[in-house]
Design a protein around this ligand. Structure first.
Ligand SMILES: [Fe+2]
Ligand SMILES: [Fe+2]
Length: 138
């Protein structure tokens, strides 16, 4: 069973970024399902591959938009991305050394936390900012 259900309220209104977020959301659910079936370890190759794309492509896409829109909270947003990237790198290094079920649990906790506190809060914040700015300037 999925850890969470998709809700269109998660959408920010930027199709490329929303698609990336949806991929991340689905990835978390797939990892959770695999873990619940005792097969979490088998998903880790795919999970790290998708996370690599997320970190390299999504973050760049998002950061470009935030710079273009002169988002005032850009610096802490970049810092959060950098910390998450480093955490993914660290987990990947540990996975290559010794993939195991404990790593799956840690990864699920990290991704779920990221989803709630970064995607649904920090990313939603720039969504509000850009929409407000666009509606003010017409
Ligand atoms: Fe994002
Ligand atoms: Fe972000």
């Amino acid at each position: 069973m999925a850890i969470a259900t998709w809700d269109d309220r998660f959408l920010l209104g930027f199709p490329d970024l929303d698609r990336d977020h949806r991929i991340l959301f689905d990835l978390i659910n797939q990892l959770h399902d695999a873990y619940a079936n005792g097969r979490g370890d088998e998903r880790l190759d795919v999970v790290f591959s998708v996370l690599g794309d997320y970190v390299n492509t999504h973050f760049r896409r998002e950061e470009d938009l935030l710079r273009t829109c002169q988002y005032p909270r850009l610096v802490p947003h970049l810092a959060a991305h950098a910390v998450f990237s480093a955490d993914v790198d660290d987990m990947f290094r540990r996975y290559r050394q010794n993939g195991n079920e404990k790593l799956v649990i840690e990864l699920l906790a990290m991704l779920t936390n990221w989803w709630h506190f970064h995607v649904l809060e920090d990313d939603a914040d720039y969504g509000h900012y850009i929409r407000d700015k666009t509606s003010v300037s017409g």
